[in-house]
Design a protein around this ligand. Structure first.
Ligand code: ASC
Length: 221
């Protein structure tokens, strides 16, 4: 092992992160289906329309985005395959994110609630906009039609840095969203409160794990 290295490979951390994906998805589904009355895109029960928002933002957006970041460490395949997984997972995340935000606007409009007045919504909207720009710039620079080598080399560190910033912003947005909902619902000390708070805790652990896989080497040598 190289002196001054972390002495651990990214692999066990990616496995831990995959397990967190399963745990967070389960908690969110139990929360929305069992405690919050389920999901619908059209309903008289407007809460069901709202519920599409946390589902798509966490299970459809944040978790796939984290998996996309880890693809270069978690997929045992050629670089081009890892890159394809990276961009497709990010595309899925972007699509879910857009529909998830559409769902909360739809809920607000039908329930006559105003839009975009919270810190959660401001950071969240900034996140999805930056995410879309980052995806387009990455796609055209690194996949098709692909910039020339010198340009790619200069852009790459910024792509990595901005990707980390945007993923961090997505995590902050998820956490503030959970706190917001906790307070809107007036949840006291209850089973549901525990589910919401543990979702937030595991999302934080997931984000830390994703960050760690970025700095750790594929294999320890
Ligand atoms: C790519 C790719 C990289 C970078 C590199 C420029 O498309 O796969 O590793 O760009 O060529 O730094």
């Amino acid at each position: 092992m190289a002196k001054g290295s972390y002495q651990v490979s990214a692999v066990p951390v990616t496995i831990f992160a995959h397990l967190l994906v399963i745990a967070v998805s389960t908690l969110v589904l139990v929360w929305l289906l069992y405690f919050r009355g389920g999901l619908a895109f059209k309903s008289q029960n407007k809460q069901k329309i709202f519920n599409v928002h946390p589902l798509l933002m966490v299970v459809g957006f944040l978790l796939p985005a984290g998996e996309a970041i880890m693809a270069y460490k978690s997929i045992p395949a050629k670089k081009e395959v890892q890159k394809l997984v990276h961009l497709v997972l990010h595309f899925i995340a972007l699509a879910c994110g857009i529909v998830g935000i559409y769902a909360v606007f739809k809920f607000h409009n039908e329930a006559r609630v105003i839009n975009m007045y919270t810190l959660h919504s401001w950071i969240g909207m900034s996140t999805i906009c930056l995410f879309g720009i980052q995806w387009l710039l990455g796609f055209f620079s690194f996949w098709w039609p692909r910039a020339e080598q010198g340009t790619r080399a200069k852009y790459m560190p910024w792509h990595v840095f901005l990707g980390a910033v945007i993923f961090f912003m997505a995590t902050v947005t998820a956490e503030t969203g959970l706190v917001e909902k906790f307070l809107f619902l007036g949840l006291g000390k209850s089973q549901e409160a525990l589910i919401v708070n543990f979702t937030g805790l595991l999302i934080l652990l997931f984000a830390v794990s994703v960050g760690l896989t970025v700095v750790l080497p594929r294999s320890s040598y």
